[in-house]
Design a protein around this ligand. Structure first.
Ligand SMILES: [Zn+2]
Length: 184
């Protein structure tokens, strides 16, 4: 069945790049939420490989002024979808990644505990690539089949005072039209 695409929380259709920035998911916790983000490193540059370096603690602070600001961050996401539609997975969905920070969804705080994070390579100021939607939808389909996910939301929706991603260029209506449970 569909479970064959999952192995201990790792999705077979992704390239795997292990991040040390995670914690075991609490035993009583279930994955009930997907949080969508955007990210680009350096800001507004694509295809640099720096996002993957950030999530695997390999940022070189000397390479770019911005990197000296962020190189000691210990953050991660379960998935990154590049502009070309490649899916990279950093943390098992059975574990907690560090993507949401201070956050609240329907009155529940600390969304990392019960969510999966998906970063779309991009920014708040331009549309995402068609290849990214083409990659996102099968990932969401497999996540929803495997985990009791009731909602897909944005980082900006669970941390509105701090975050603006994935931003207004993200096509939520497209996900809704495809039958995904968008809740914002
Ligand atoms: Zn975010």
């Amino acid at each position: 069945m569909n479970d064959s695409v999952w192995q201990q929380g790792w999705w077979r259709n992704a390239r795997h790049a292990f991040s040390p920035n995670y914690a075991p998911r609490a035993r009583e916790e279930e994955v009930s939420l997907v949080v969508l983000h955007n990210i680009s490193l350096p800001p507004f540059e694509y295809g640099t490989g720096a996002v993957e370096k950030l999530f695997t603690n390999q940022i070189n602070p000397d390479e770019h002024p911005f990197f000296s600001v962020i190189h000691e961050l210990r953050v991660s996401s379960h998935f990154l979808i590049t502009r070309e539609g490649e899916v990279v997975q950093f943390v098992s969905c059975d574990d907690t990644a560090y993507h949401a920070g201070v956050s609240s969804f329907q009155g529940r705080e600390k969304c990392n505990a019960f969510s999966v994070g998906i970063e779309l390579e991009g920014c708040d100021f331009e549309p995402f690539a068609e290849a990214q939607y083409q990659a996102l939808q099968p990932l969401l389909t497999d996540l929803i089949r495997h985990y009791p996910i009731g909602a897909i939301t944005g980082h900006q929706d669970i941390a509105p005072d701090r975050k603006t991603d994935p931003g207004h260029f993200f096509d939520w209506a497209r996900l809704q039209a495809a039958g995904f449970p968008v809740v914002r």
